[in-house]
Design a binder for this molecule. Structure first.
Ligand SMILES: Nc1ncnc2c1ncn2[C@@H]1O[C@H](COP(=O)(O)OP(=O)(O)OP(=O)(O)O)[C@@H](O)[C@H]1O
Ligand SMILES: [Mg+2]
Length: 375
């Protein structure tokens, strides 16, 4: 606050104006200066039931604290001397850093009114600002962990149902179809065995081939049923099998390209990547209306990249992340969180009508170090 030039229309502060709380027990505070210091004071006092802000003085109409003051319905004036004249004021805090204001306040003496200015005021608002920053940081961390918690709760519950449905579909679409086909062929053989023995032989060969297929299917179902142990998961075979059954189940063509050596990866990274690919593929099947999806896994010396690309309808990533109806949809958030938990990052690129690409990059340097590779 350099000079008292009236550059804006002052909000009139009536003497003794107490808009927010008419509590006699409250300390009535007047603030001079709506810069960083004034903003910090407003923020902290606004939530304190024992403080009533009777007014804030500022000459700069663009000062950062003014918007907040108006939102809080704190009277704003240009001339700080009007604040000194207020009837109901217990404490005046000068955070302008302006020596002219400081000098006026030095000569200001009124019974029951305390004045804080200069270095003391600066120290005070800096402490307050630090506290606000710390609180915001704590809230941010808390929110993150709350959404992580919801993610885990969701996984624990929904994943079981989802997995059961998936296994049932897998058995139905693969194994049961093959067995039914075999049954039909054996019935046919029964009829043909006397009349047309040669045709019967061919049908029997076909039935045998189908039986082989059924055995393979059964093996695959068992493979997919195995719990994914951190210390034993082989990522590439797991993904190969997963993609194979995904393709049969959902009739979405899959491509899988791998480069590099997975033995360099930590078990936890492998399991997290597996889950990420699972979720991305589940989204393709649920939302994308795609008929193709490609998964690329490139394990380099320093960085690992996984890309899942579909040729579906795409979506507006920003809009979806802001959609209040999807607050409890955790798939994409789970992908981002999991990537972060292994020291990497996930990026979702999508445009309506242009398909979707999920890219996960994990540095394979020091960041990924974890105790014994277990969780
Ligand atoms: N590959 C994709 N193609 C088109 N839209 C997608 C794709 N992936 C995600 N979306 C859109 O993004 C939204 C958020 O996805 P997300 O995985 O977070 O939630 P969800 O799949 O709806 O539910 P959840 O995964 O929690 O069961 C989806 O509802 C969908 O609208
Ligand atoms: Mg999803």
């Amino acid at each position: 606050m350099k000079s008292q030039v009236h550059t804006m229309r002052p909000t009139r502060v009536k003497k003794g104006s107490v808009k927010k709380r008419q509590s006699a027990a409250a300390t009535h505070v007047a603030i001079i200066g709506a810069g960083r210091g004034g903003t910090a004071l407003l923020e902290i006092f606004a939530s304190d039931p024992l403080v009533e802000i009777v007014g804030i003085a500022e000459v700069n109409p663009k000062a950062p604290g003014l918007t907040l003051a108006r939102r809080l319905k704190v009277p704003v004036i240009c001339d700080y001397r009007k604040l000194l004249a207020l009837e109901q004021v217990d404490l005046i805090i000068d955070v302008t850093g302006d020596s002219a204001v400081g000098m006026v306040l030095q000569d200001f003496h009124r019974m029951g009114v305390a004045v804080i200015g200069g270095a003391s005021a600066k120290f005070m608002w800096q402490l307050i600002e630090a506290r606000i920053r710390a609180t915001a940081e704590i809230e941010k961390t808390l929110n993150k962990y709350q959404s992580l918690y919801r993610l885990y709760v969701k996984e624990a519950g929904a994943a079981v149902t989802e997995e059961r449905t998936r296994i049932a579909c897998e058995i139905h679409d693969g194994l049961v179809q093959n067995l039914a086909g075999m049954n039909f062929k054996l019935d046919l053989c029964q009829e043909l065995v006397r009349k047309k023995p040669k045709t019967c032989q061919t049908t029997l060969r076909e039935a045998k081939a189908q039986l082989k297929l059924a055995i393979q299917e059964a093996r695959q179902v068992i493979f997919n049923l195995r719990p994914l142990h951190y210390d034993r998961l082989d990522l590439i075979p797991a993904l190969t099998n997963y993609l194979r059954s995904y393709e049969t189940q959902y009739h979405i063509k899959t491509e899988f390209a791998v480069s590099g050596d997975e033995t360099t990866l930590f078990p936890r990274t492998k399991i997290f990547l597996f889950r990420i690919v699972q979720e991305a593929l589940s989204n393709v099947q649920k939302h994308a209306k795609a008929d193709r999806v490609a998964v690329q896994l490139a394990i380099g010396r320093e960085v690992l990249t996984v890309t899942i690309t579909d040729n579906g309808i795409g979506f507006d990533v920003e809009a979806v992340s802001r959609d209040p109806e999807k607050w409890d949809h955790f798939g994409v958030r789970g992908i981002v969180e999991r990537a972060r938990l292994v020291g990497g990052e996930a990026r979702i690129e999508s445009k309506r009508g242009r398909g979707t690409k999920v890219v996960i990059k994990v540095p394979l340097g020091k960041k990924e170090v974890e105790p014994n590779g277990t969780d």
